[in-house]
Design a binder for this molecule. Sequence first.
Ligand SMILES: [Ca+2]
Length: 486
Amino acid sequence: MSKTPIPKVQPKIPLSKVTPSKKLSRRDLLKNMSMIGAASALPSLLSSCAGINDNHPFPAPADFCPAPSPLTSPLPNIVIILTDDQGFADVGVNDAVGFSTPNLDKMAADGCCFNAFYVAAPVCTPSRAALLTGCYPRRNSMEDGVLFPNSIHGLHPHEVTIADSLKCLGYATACIGKWHVGHQAGLLPTHQGFDYFYGPPYSNDMTPFYILENETIIDANPNQDLLTQNITARALQFITENSNNPFFLYVPHPMPHVPLHVSDAFRGTSARGLYGDVIQEIDWSVGEIIRKLDELNIIQDTLIIFTSDNGPWLNQGENGGSAIPLRGGKGSVYEGGMRAPCIMQWPNGIPAASVCNELTSTLDILPTVASITGSPLPTAPDTKLIDGNDIAQLLSNPSLSKSPTDYYLYYSNAGELKAVRDSRGWKLHMAEQELYYLGIDIGEVNNMYNLRSDVVSRLQTNATAIASDINAQRRPNRTVWQGLFS
Ligand SMILES: [Ca+2]
């Protein structure tokens, strides 16, 4: 065994260590809330709240971990690289036009392309909350669009994230990139299982835009041209410092979200304008991470997952990406909004040059990581607490195994249930009365709604049942209206 002994679980940083740059007065808060149209919610907040709403059924993070029971030796490192608004077609292996992604293509040659891999919302915040927790955003009340600088809620710290789960086994954990599931005091990555955080709290088109290290603003006016470079440098440093122990590295790039920015080294390098240049720099970053893992001789025991948080921002024109041949993009529940490019590499666990066409999603990452490491999941008798499924068998045998997910729900960017698909490829848009068979109609062109009432009925019934269960088991987000950062 090449790994060092597993260290003791470290407690999360207590709330008392939070150092907000500026506190808002109650008057400022009222002004902000009316700006975001939430004034009507205020009386219940004020009456119920001594700073936070805290009716979450899960234990506090420090009390979550059961007795550790790691399964394998050595434990695999986990690296998740998440891009922002990169389209399904914006990687070489998915026929990108005008730029190249040699490092992602090599990753596919050394690992597996997941061609029916979904995110759980067509916009940033709910998609990211889902990836981290394995839950549809409605289950943990993160479904209602993206957070803005004056938002005062976020993912509840009692939710069990991938980082929380792996901390129980002593993993070193870092989030290096864009967070965007809660930026007020007590909602940052350091309260969600991450030992270290570097990056912006939310999207790069929001102001004030700043860079945090853990919970301190270290750059109030960052040069966005250097975002990808700086994130990459810190990711490499984290890998180097933790090469002798198991680690979880989450790299959610702020790019290629508009406004696009790229370093001088990559400016003008593609035939697809700034968007192509930005993707080529992200591809470079992927290559740097893989090279570092290789150099440190730990790549065999590292699962690397590359995907995007939602589809391309099509109305940005030249500055947006592409999901062709999929229909729609960011904000849409057509495939282009929620089917993401996904490549996974793990030399000891995934066969090289493999392809998986089975139904999979970001929801599956948490339970799969738990399966391959032995890290714990939240449990309760007879109650479903997360929505994802363990796809470890699909990793080890991508072309022959079957998806454990029978039905997948498509929620809008406002959290409304809009569509459902099954593991065979039938997809129903309920309000629109559109039925497609994705197996031969990935572009959602040929509406078969009036031809297959049996399929419509089956999909409708199952979607309604799953959604009803989720609604019945909803857990709260956390609202913080003290200690605001901005
Ligand atoms: Ca996004």
